[in-house]
Design a protein around this ligand. Structure first.
Ligand code: NDP
Ligand code: 2IT
Length: 449
C-alpha cells in the first residue's frame, strides 16, 4: 500500500531498482522521496532537463574495504567497511558511521541518500554521506573496539578530511569510538585536524550539546508541530523506543518540557514504567556501565520488562521511535492511532514502513519524518565544525539556542513547502521537496558534474 510515483518519475525509479539490485532499504528511501517530487518538476522543469533526479540517486563515490583486526583471543577477524559519499553540492560529505551486524551496502546507501536532504534542510553548508561496518560491538572489550577502530581508520583516512568528508557517530558509534578513530587519523596523517570528525570529546575539539542534539532536536521539532495545533508536551504520556544516544536525550528533553516518557527498549524487549522513566538510572546503565535495558527493572520493581514484546502496544499521546529502520509497521501505526497517539517524531532514520506512514498521514496526526525531525544531530555537528574552524568553543546555552532555532526553521520550511505544493500539514512532502529543491538548485548552478 504505497502511494503512486508521478508517471514521468516512475521510469527513473525502475532504473534505480535495476542498477541497485537487492538493496531494499535504499529502494524504500528513494521511493519515498520520488513519490513527493511530481509537483516539483512541474514548477522546475529545468530539473528534469538536467537529469537532477537521476544524478542525485547515483552516489558520487562508494568505497568498500576490508577491515582486518585481532580479537582478545588472538584470532584474526575480518569485517567489511563502507563509506558512501553521496552528494557534495552543498558542502563536504557529512554523515555518521554505523557499526552493526546488519550493515551492508543497501543500509549505508539508504542512510546516505536521506542524509543529503536532511543536511540540506538544516540550511548549513554540508553535503550527504554515510559509512559504517558490519562489525558487531556487542560483547567486545574496549581493547577490541580500539583495534577495530584503528584498522577501520587505516583505510578510511585517505578518503576523508575537513573539506572533503566529515564522519560522525550513528548506531554503535559514540564518543569512545570517535576518540579511537580520531587518534588513529592524527597518527597516520600527522595532523591535528579537528574538523575531520564530529562528536569529539569536549576537551579535544568537541562541541557542547552535540551529545544531546539529536534527541533534543527531535523534541523541539515535535514541540513545533504541537504548537501549530495549539498544543504542547505538558502532561503528555510519551513512548520512546531504543535506549541509546537518541532515546536518552529525547527522554531528557520531554521531561524538561513537562511530558512523561513511560517506555524505552532495545533489541531484546521494552520496559514500561508508568511513573515515568528514571533517566539517571538509564544513563548509569547504558552510558557508563553499557548494560541492557532489561536490568532497569532490577532497580524499579514496579516497572515491567517485556522480552521480545511490541513497544507500540503501550498507549501514548506522543511516539518517538529512536532505535532503527522499519520499527513501526502498518499494524503498529494503527495501534498507536487507535490508542490516542496525536504526534510522531522520528529520532531514528526511516523507523516507519511506507504502510505505517500512510496510516499516520491518513489519520491526520502530526507526523515528523526522520530527515526533518532528527536533523538536530547533524546540524550540531555542523556547529562543531564552525567552532573548530574558528578555534572557538561556545557555551551550552548558546549552542542549544542555535539548535532550537535551526529546528524551528526546519519545521517552518517543511510546513510552508507542504502548503506551497497543496498538501498542508504533510511534513513528508514538505521535507522531501524543501530539501530536494535546495540541493537541485546547487547542482544546476555547478553544471554537469
Ligand atoms: P545507539 O547505538 O546509541 O542506540 C541504538 C539503540 O537502538 C539501542 O537501544 C539498540 O538496541 C537499538 N537498536 C539498534 N538496532 C536495532 C535493531 N535492529 N532492532 C532493535 N533495536 C535496535 O544509536 P543512536 O541512538 O545514535 O541511533 C538511534 C537511531 O537514531 C538510528 O536510527 C540512527 O540512525 C538515528 N540517528 C542518530 C543520530 C545521532 O546523532 N546519533 C542522528 C540522527 C539519527 P541494542 O543495544 O539491543 O542493539
Ligand atoms: O543520521 C544522522 O544524521 C547522524 N547519524 C548524525 C550525522 C552527523 O554527521 O552528525
Amino acid at each position: 500500500m504505497t502511494s503512486a510515483i508521478d508517471e514521468k518519475i516512475e521510469p527513473l525509479f525502475q532504473e534505480v531498482l535495476n542498477r541497485n539490485p537487492g538493496e531494499t532499504e535504499f529502494h524504500q528511501a528513494v521511493r519515498e522521496v520520488l513519490e513527493s517530487l511530481g509537483p516539483v518538476l512541474v514548477k522546475y522543469p529545468e530539473f528534469a532537463h538536467h537529469k537532477i533526479i537521476e544524478r542525485i540517486c547515483e552516489p558520487e563515490r562508494q568505497i568498500i574495504f576490508r577491515v582486518p583486526w585481532i580479537d582478545d583471543k588472538g584470532q584474526v577477524q575480518i569485517n567489511r567497511g563502507f563509506r558512501v559519499e553521496f552528494n557534495s553540492s552543498l558542502g563536504p560529505y557529512k554523515g555518521g558511521l554505523r557499526f552493526h551486524p546488519s550493515v551492508y551496502l543497501g543500509i549505508i546507501k539508504f542512510l546516505g541518500f536521506e542524509q543529503i536532504f536532511k543536511n540540506a534542510l538544516t540550511g548549513l553548508p554540508i553535503g550527504g554521506g554515510k559509512g559504517g561496518s558490519d562489525f558487531d560491538p556487542k560483547g567486545r572489550s574496549d581493547a577490541e573496539i580500539m583495534r577495530f577502530c584503528q584498522s577501520f581508520m587505516t583505510e578510511l583516512y585517505r578518503h576523508i578530511g575537513e573539506h572533503t568528508d566529515v564522519p560522525a557517530g550513528d548506531i554503535g558509534v559514540g564518543g569512545r569510538e570517535i576518540g579511537y578513530l580520531f587518534g588513529q587519523y592524527k597518527r597516520i596523517t600527522n595532523r591535528w585536524e579537528a574538523g575531520v570528525l564530529t562528536g569529539k570529546g569536549l576537551t579535544w575539539g568537541g562541541s557542547l550539546v552535540r551529545t544531546e542534539a539529536t534527541g533534543y532536536g527531535a523534541v523541539f521539532f515535535v514541540d513545533e508541530m504541537l504548537k501549530v495545533r495549539k498544543d504542547s508536551f505538558d502532561g503528555k504520556i510519551c513512548s520512546v523506543s531504543g535506549s541509546g544516544n537518541v532515546a536518552i536525550y529525547t527522554t531528557e528533553k520531554i521531561h524538561q518540557l513537562g511530558g512523561k516518557v513511560v517506555t524505552l527498549s532495545d533489541s531484546g524487549g521494552y520496559i514500561y514504567d508508568e511513573k515515568g522513566v528514571d533517566l539517571d538510572l538509564v544513563k548509569q546503565l547504558k552510558e557508563i556501565e553499557r548494560r541492557r535495558i532489561s536490568e532497569y527493572v532490577k532497580y524499579h520493581k514496579d516497572a515491567k520488562y517485556v522480552a521480545g514484546g511490541n513497544i507500540w502496544e503501550i498507549p501514548c499521546q506522543v511516539a518517538m521511535p529512536s532505535a532503527t529502520q522499519n520499527e513501526i509497521n502498518g499494524a503498529d501505526a494503527k495501534l498507536l492511532v487507535d490508542n490516542g497517539c496525536i504526534a510522531v517524531g522520528e529520532g531514528a532514520n526511516m523507523p516507519t514502513t511506507p504502510e505505517g506512514v500512510r496510516v499516520f498521514l491518513d489519520a491526520g496526526i502530526a507526523y515528523g519524518p526522520g530527515k526533518a525531525a532528527n536533523a538536530g544531530g547533524v546540524a550540531t555537528s555542523a556547529l562543531e565544525m564552525q567552532q573548530n574552524a574558528t578555534r572557538d568553543s561556545w557555551s551550552f546555552e548558546y549552542t542549544e539556542e542555535r539548535l532550537k532555532k535551526i529546528m524551528k526553521n526546519i519545521h517552518q520550511s517543511c510546513y510552508e513547502t507542504a502548503e506551497e505544493f497543496g498538501t498542508p500539514g504533510n511534513y513528508v512532502i514538505g521535507a522531501n521537496c524543501a530539501g530536494f529543491i535546495r540541493v537541485a538548485k546547487a547542482m544546476l548552478a555547478m553544471g554537469v558534474i
